[in-house]
Design a protein around this ligand. Structure first.
Ligand code: AMP
Length: 250
């Protein structure tokens, strides 16, 4: 998993060339981390690693980890650090992470961030972890979360307010009835936001203090946010000297 520093560079247009290395997408529930991570991972040919998706897969398969996580997830709370760290450690052993990866929804606590620093930084000369936070206002997040539906067959994501399917509650591609994540209710959203503010906000400060952090405006259209995330990653992987005060602000 050693990612040589010399392998990442920024070309004259400001685009990232070479190995992207470890990239973290931070942001509140509904900020669009999953959407952005999926698109950028495909573009850079590195895996998207979503701890929420990994936990849901474990839950749906009834593994010991999934059984421990189920109730915690349904309540909008965080699964204990040691369980999540172990799951991430296993995933990072896969050879597809050699050129980098996008972690989506991890780290969510200072303990996870410190664990990751040690875990990834174990080899001298590896690319440092960089973090980009996608910022969206509370009311917009609420609308995104409570309106979110997905097709259980093909995975297409809809929003009944912002991006509705052609036929109510049915997938446009295969007609399957859409489902809602059990934690996408308003009540659980409020708890997830409380958890985010108390436990995940310090993670932002952790990376900002080390100059490995930028924030982008996630209220813009998906493509515009993607361009901003990409530019932020390129700056963080470059000299970082062109970073402005505004870009470094939450
Ligand atoms: P997400 O899909 O990222 O919104 O995650 C859904 C739920 O999975 C969260 O509300 C948590 O209960 C749990 N979860 C996901 N990632 C983590 C993490 N890094 N640490 C602890 N719990 C997590």
């Amino acid at each position: 998993m050693a990612l040589a520093v010399a392998d990442a560079h920024v070309d004259v247009s400001g685009s990232l060339k070479g190995k992207p290395g470890p990239i973290l997408l931070l942001g509140a529930p509904g900020a669009g981390k999953g959407t952005q991570a999926k698109d950028l991972a495909a573009k850079w040919e590195i895996p998207q690693i979503s701890t929420g998706d990994l936990l849901r897969t474990n839950r749906d398969h009834g593994t010991p980890l999934g059984m421990k996580a189920k109730q915690i997830m349904d309540e909008g709370k965080l699964v204990p650090d040691d369980l999540v760290n172990e799951m991430v450690a296993e995933r990072l052993k896969q050879p597809d992470t050699a050129n980098g990866y996008i972690l989506d929804g991890y780290p969510r606590t200072l303990g996870q961030a410190k664990w990751l620093d040690e875990h990834v930084g174990a080899d001298a000369g590896v690319l440092p972890v960089i973090a980009v936070s996608i910022q969206v206002g509370y009311n917009e997040l609420l609308r995104r979360i409570t309106g979110r539906r997905n097709c259980p067959v093909c995975g297409t994501i809809y929003n009944i307010y912002l991006q509705p399917p052609k036929v109510d509650e049915k997938c446009d591609l295969d007609g399957t009835p859409l489902v809602r994540r059990s934690d996408d209710t308003e009540e659980v959203f409020r708890e997830r936001m409380r958890t985010y503010d108390s436990q995940t906000a310090p993670v932002v400060e952790h990376y900002r203090a080390q100059g490995r952090f930028e924030a982008v405006d996630g209220s813009k259209p998906v493509n515009a946010v993607a361009a901003e995330v990409e530019a932020a990653v390129a700056r963080l992987r470059g000299s970082g000297t062109e970073k402005t005060e505004k870009q470094n602000r939450v």
